[in-house]
Ligand binder design. Structure first.
Ligand code: IPD
Ligand code: CA
Length: 263
Protein backbone atom coordinates (compact mmCIF):
# COMPACT_ATOMS: atom_id res chain seq x y z
CA UNK A 1 0.00 0.00 0.00
CA UNK A 2 1.67 3.28 -1.09
CA UNK A 3 2.21 5.94 1.57
CA UNK A 4 0.70 9.42 1.24
CA UNK A 5 4.23 10.77 0.72
CA UNK A 6 4.85 8.37 -2.17
CA UNK A 7 1.52 9.23 -3.78
CA UNK A 8 2.18 12.96 -3.32
CA UNK A 9 5.64 12.62 -4.89
CA UNK A 10 4.16 10.92 -7.95
CA UNK A 11 1.38 13.50 -8.18
CA UNK A 12 3.89 16.37 -7.99
CA UNK A 13 6.09 14.81 -10.67
CA UNK A 14 3.05 14.34 -12.92
CA UNK A 15 1.88 17.92 -12.30
CA UNK A 16 5.35 19.28 -13.02
CA UNK A 17 5.51 17.34 -16.29
CA UNK A 18 2.16 18.79 -17.40
CA UNK A 19 3.21 22.22 -16.14
CA UNK A 20 6.35 22.17 -18.29
CA UNK A 21 4.25 21.53 -21.39
CA UNK A 22 1.90 24.38 -20.45
CA UNK A 23 4.80 26.80 -19.89
CA UNK A 24 6.28 25.89 -23.27
CA UNK A 25 2.98 26.30 -25.15
CA UNK A 26 1.35 29.24 -23.35
CA UNK A 27 1.50 32.43 -25.37
CA UNK A 28 2.47 30.63 -28.59
CA UNK A 29 0.23 29.60 -31.50
CA UNK A 30 -1.83 26.62 -30.37
CA UNK A 31 -3.15 23.55 -32.15
CA UNK A 32 -6.90 23.42 -31.61
CA UNK A 33 -8.54 19.99 -31.59
CA UNK A 34 -12.12 21.22 -31.39
CA UNK A 35 -14.14 24.37 -30.90
CA UNK A 36 -17.59 23.98 -29.35
CA UNK A 37 -20.15 26.69 -28.68
CA UNK A 38 -19.05 26.98 -25.05
CA UNK A 39 -15.67 25.23 -24.87
CA UNK A 40 -12.35 24.60 -26.63
CA UNK A 41 -10.18 21.49 -26.76
CA UNK A 42 -6.47 21.87 -27.43
CA UNK A 43 -3.63 19.56 -28.35
CA UNK A 44 -2.09 20.84 -25.10
CA UNK A 45 -4.93 19.19 -23.10
CA UNK A 46 -4.04 15.80 -24.61
CA UNK A 47 -0.27 16.19 -24.32
CA UNK A 48 -0.53 17.18 -20.64
CA UNK A 49 -2.85 14.28 -19.91
CA UNK A 50 -0.47 11.80 -21.55
CA UNK A 51 2.45 13.15 -19.50
CA UNK A 52 0.43 12.76 -16.29
CA UNK A 53 -0.87 9.28 -17.06
CA UNK A 54 2.59 8.07 -18.15
CA UNK A 55 4.04 9.25 -14.83
CA UNK A 56 1.31 7.53 -12.79
CA UNK A 57 1.40 4.31 -14.85
CA UNK A 58 5.21 4.05 -14.51
CA UNK A 59 4.79 3.79 -10.73
CA UNK A 60 1.28 2.40 -10.28
CA UNK A 61 0.31 0.41 -13.39
CA UNK A 62 -2.71 -1.18 -11.69
CA UNK A 63 -4.36 2.00 -10.39
CA UNK A 64 -7.64 3.12 -11.95
CA UNK A 65 -7.77 6.43 -13.78
CA UNK A 66 -10.56 8.90 -14.57
CA UNK A 67 -9.19 11.61 -16.83
CA UNK A 68 -10.96 14.44 -18.66
CA UNK A 69 -9.63 13.76 -22.14
CA UNK A 70 -9.22 9.97 -22.27
CA UNK A 71 -12.00 8.81 -19.97
CA UNK A 72 -11.83 5.98 -17.45
CA UNK A 73 -9.59 2.98 -17.02
CA UNK A 74 -10.46 0.24 -14.57
CA UNK A 75 -7.94 -0.73 -11.95
CA UNK A 76 -7.12 -1.68 -8.39
CA UNK A 77 -8.21 -0.15 -5.09
CA UNK A 78 -6.90 3.32 -5.99
CA UNK A 79 -8.31 5.84 -8.44
CA UNK A 80 -6.71 8.98 -9.90
CA UNK A 81 -8.90 11.89 -11.06
CA UNK A 82 -7.07 14.02 -13.61
CA UNK A 83 -7.77 17.35 -15.26
CA UNK A 84 -4.58 17.92 -17.26
CA UNK A 85 -5.38 21.57 -18.04
CA UNK A 86 -8.09 23.32 -16.07
CA UNK A 87 -8.93 26.69 -17.55
CA UNK A 88 -8.35 25.68 -21.19
CA UNK A 89 -10.37 28.64 -22.44
CA UNK A 90 -8.22 31.07 -20.42
CA UNK A 91 -5.13 29.31 -21.79
CA UNK A 92 -6.41 29.71 -25.35
CA UNK A 93 -7.13 33.43 -24.95
CA UNK A 94 -3.76 34.06 -23.25
CA UNK A 95 -5.11 34.70 -19.75
CA UNK A 96 -2.63 33.33 -17.18
CA UNK A 97 -5.23 31.73 -14.92
CA UNK A 98 -5.03 27.96 -15.46
CA UNK A 99 -3.56 24.90 -13.78
CA UNK A 100 -3.10 21.17 -13.86
CA UNK A 101 -4.84 19.16 -11.15
CA UNK A 102 -4.93 15.54 -10.04
CA UNK A 103 -5.91 13.54 -7.00
CA UNK A 104 -5.67 10.00 -5.72
CA UNK A 105 -8.50 8.42 -3.72
CA UNK A 106 -8.93 4.94 -2.28
CA UNK A 107 -11.99 3.43 -3.91
CA UNK A 108 -15.03 3.34 -1.65
CA UNK A 109 -18.41 3.14 -3.36
CA UNK A 110 -20.10 4.41 -0.18
CA UNK A 111 -18.28 7.75 -0.31
CA UNK A 112 -18.37 10.46 -2.99
CA UNK A 113 -15.17 10.09 -5.11
CA UNK A 114 -13.80 7.57 -2.56
CA UNK A 115 -11.64 8.00 0.55
CA UNK A 116 -9.41 11.04 -0.04
CA UNK A 117 -5.64 10.55 -0.04
CA UNK A 118 -3.67 13.17 -1.96
CA UNK A 119 -4.60 16.16 -4.15
CA UNK A 120 -2.16 18.30 -6.12
CA UNK A 121 -2.86 21.44 -8.14
CA UNK A 122 -0.06 23.21 -9.96
CA UNK A 123 -0.41 26.67 -11.52
CA UNK A 124 2.44 27.26 -14.00
CA UNK A 125 1.93 31.04 -14.43
CA UNK A 126 2.79 31.61 -10.77
CA UNK A 127 4.81 28.44 -10.17
CA UNK A 128 2.48 27.48 -7.34
CA UNK A 129 2.32 23.85 -6.20
CA UNK A 130 -0.60 23.19 -3.86
CA UNK A 131 -0.49 19.82 -2.06
CA UNK A 132 -3.19 18.40 0.16
CA UNK A 133 -2.77 15.23 2.16
CA UNK A 134 -5.96 14.02 3.80
CA UNK A 135 -5.56 14.29 7.55
CA UNK A 136 -2.16 15.99 7.32
CA UNK A 137 -2.86 19.50 6.08
CA UNK A 138 -2.25 21.44 2.91
CA UNK A 139 0.80 23.33 1.66
CA UNK A 140 1.61 25.90 -1.00
CA UNK A 141 5.19 25.61 -2.24
CA UNK A 142 6.04 23.74 0.96
CA UNK A 143 4.44 26.19 3.42
CA UNK A 144 1.32 25.22 5.38
CA UNK A 145 -1.89 26.99 4.33
CA UNK A 146 -5.28 27.43 5.96
CA UNK A 147 -8.68 28.47 4.66
CA UNK A 148 -9.99 31.92 5.62
CA UNK A 149 -12.63 31.89 8.32
CA UNK A 150 -14.87 34.90 7.77
CA UNK A 151 -17.06 36.22 10.57
CA UNK A 152 -19.96 36.45 8.10
CA UNK A 153 -20.80 35.92 4.43
CA UNK A 154 -20.88 39.71 4.07
CA UNK A 155 -17.09 39.73 4.69
CA UNK A 156 -16.41 37.11 1.98
CA UNK A 157 -14.73 37.08 -1.39
CA UNK A 158 -16.38 34.35 -3.46
CA UNK A 159 -14.97 32.76 -6.60
CA UNK A 160 -17.14 31.15 -9.24
CA UNK A 161 -17.74 30.80 -12.97
CA UNK A 162 -20.81 30.58 -15.16
CA UNK A 163 -20.25 26.80 -15.26
CA UNK A 164 -21.54 24.27 -17.76
CA UNK A 165 -24.80 22.54 -18.61
CA UNK A 166 -28.39 23.46 -19.34
CA UNK A 167 -29.19 25.09 -15.99
CA UNK A 168 -25.98 27.08 -15.67
CA UNK A 169 -27.42 30.54 -16.27
CA UNK A 170 -30.47 29.93 -14.07
CA UNK A 171 -28.06 28.73 -11.33
CA UNK A 172 -25.98 31.88 -11.83
CA UNK A 173 -29.08 34.06 -11.48
CA UNK A 174 -30.73 32.19 -8.62
CA UNK A 175 -27.69 31.12 -6.59
CA UNK A 176 -24.44 32.88 -7.52
CA UNK A 177 -25.85 36.37 -8.02
CA UNK A 178 -28.00 36.05 -4.94
CA UNK A 179 -24.94 35.01 -2.87
CA UNK A 180 -22.93 37.82 -4.40
CA UNK A 181 -25.49 40.33 -3.08
CA UNK A 182 -24.55 39.13 0.41
CA UNK A 183 -20.76 38.97 -0.06
CA UNK A 184 -18.10 41.65 -0.48
CA UNK A 185 -17.15 40.61 -4.01
CA UNK A 186 -17.62 37.70 -6.40
CA UNK A 187 -14.94 36.89 -8.98
CA UNK A 188 -15.55 34.85 -12.12
CA UNK A 189 -12.11 33.46 -13.02
CA UNK A 190 -12.59 30.29 -15.09
CA UNK A 191 -10.47 27.51 -13.61
CA UNK A 192 -12.40 25.63 -10.94
CA UNK A 193 -9.40 23.69 -9.61
CA UNK A 194 -7.28 26.83 -9.22
CA UNK A 195 -10.24 28.60 -7.58
CA UNK A 196 -10.46 25.82 -5.00
CA UNK A 197 -6.68 25.86 -4.42
CA UNK A 198 -7.03 29.59 -3.75
CA UNK A 199 -9.74 28.85 -1.20
CA UNK A 200 -7.40 26.32 0.47
CA UNK A 201 -4.65 28.95 0.54
CA UNK A 202 -6.88 31.46 2.33
CA UNK A 203 -7.10 33.88 -0.59
CA UNK A 204 -10.76 33.45 -1.52
CA UNK A 205 -13.33 32.74 1.18
CA UNK A 206 -15.46 30.33 -0.83
CA UNK A 207 -16.06 28.70 -4.21
CA UNK A 208 -19.46 27.96 -5.76
CA UNK A 209 -20.05 26.54 -9.22
CA UNK A 210 -22.65 24.63 -11.23
CA UNK A 211 -21.81 21.94 -13.79
CA UNK A 212 -18.28 20.93 -12.88
CA UNK A 213 -16.84 17.42 -13.21
CA UNK A 214 -15.25 15.06 -10.69
CA UNK A 215 -11.78 15.74 -12.16
CA UNK A 216 -12.24 19.52 -11.77
CA UNK A 217 -12.82 19.26 -8.02
CA UNK A 218 -11.16 16.05 -6.76
CA UNK A 219 -7.87 17.70 -5.75
CA UNK A 220 -9.64 20.85 -4.57
CA UNK A 221 -11.82 18.85 -2.18
CA UNK A 222 -8.74 17.34 -0.53
CA UNK A 223 -6.91 20.68 -0.47
CA UNK A 224 -9.79 22.63 1.07
CA UNK A 225 -10.62 19.97 3.66
CA UNK A 226 -6.96 19.51 4.59
CA UNK A 227 -6.69 23.29 4.99
CA UNK A 228 -9.54 23.26 7.52
CA UNK A 229 -12.47 24.02 5.20
CA UNK A 230 -15.54 22.14 4.05
CA UNK A 231 -16.75 20.74 0.72
CA UNK A 232 -20.20 19.90 -0.62
CA UNK A 233 -21.24 18.44 -3.98
CA UNK A 234 -24.74 17.91 -5.32
CA UNK A 235 -25.28 15.76 -8.45
CA UNK A 236 -26.89 17.67 -11.33
CA UNK A 237 -27.85 16.39 -14.82
CA UNK A 238 -25.36 14.81 -17.24
CA UNK A 239 -23.10 13.40 -14.53
CA UNK A 240 -22.02 16.86 -13.41
CA UNK A 241 -21.90 18.49 -10.00
CA UNK A 242 -22.86 21.71 -8.27
CA UNK A 243 -20.14 22.37 -5.73
CA UNK A 244 -19.29 24.47 -2.68
CA UNK A 245 -15.83 24.68 -1.06
CA UNK A 246 -15.22 27.22 1.69
CA UNK A 247 -14.22 28.05 5.20
CA UNK A 248 -16.49 26.46 7.79
CA UNK A 249 -18.17 29.64 9.07
CA UNK A 250 -19.87 30.47 5.77
CA UNK A 251 -20.26 26.89 4.56
CA UNK A 252 -23.80 26.25 5.83
CA UNK A 253 -25.13 29.34 4.02
CA UNK A 254 -23.39 28.47 0.74
CA UNK A 255 -24.43 24.84 0.97
CA UNK A 256 -28.08 25.72 1.66
CA UNK A 257 -28.13 27.98 -1.41
CA UNK A 258 -26.67 25.29 -3.69
CA UNK A 259 -28.64 22.40 -2.19
CA UNK A 260 -31.87 24.39 -2.54
CA UNK A 261 -31.39 24.89 -6.29
CA UNK A 262 -33.98 22.81 -8.14
CA UNK A 263 -32.50 21.00 -11.14
C1 IPD B 1 -13.49 24.30 -16.89
C2 IPD B 1 -13.08 25.24 -15.78
C3 IPD B 1 -14.11 26.32 -15.57
C4 IPD B 1 -15.49 25.75 -15.39
C5 IPD B 1 -15.85 24.77 -16.48
C6 IPD B 1 -14.80 23.69 -16.60
P1 IPD B 1 -11.67 23.01 -18.34
O1 IPD B 1 -12.56 23.26 -17.00
O2 IPD B 1 -12.91 24.56 -14.57
O3 IPD B 1 -13.85 27.07 -14.41
O4 IPD B 1 -16.39 26.82 -15.39
O5 IPD B 1 -17.08 24.18 -16.15
O6 IPD B 1 -15.16 22.81 -17.63
O7 IPD B 1 -12.63 22.63 -19.42
O8 IPD B 1 -10.94 24.25 -18.62
O9 IPD B 1 -10.83 21.86 -17.92
CA1 CA C 1 -9.50 20.48 -18.62
Amino acid sequence: MPSLEELAKTAMEAASAAGSIQKEKFGNPLNVDAKMTDDIKLEADRLCEKAIIDTIRARYPAHAIMAEESGSAEGSDYIWYIDPLDGTVNFFYGIPYFCTTLACYRKNPAVFLGDPLVGVTYAPPTNEMFIGMAGFGATLNGKPVQVREEPALEESLLVSAYGSGGNKLRFTREVTLSLSEHSRKTRNLGAAAYDMANVAAGRASGFVEYGVNAWDVAAGKILVEAAGGAFFAKPVPNGKLAVVASGKNIHAQLKAAVDGFEV
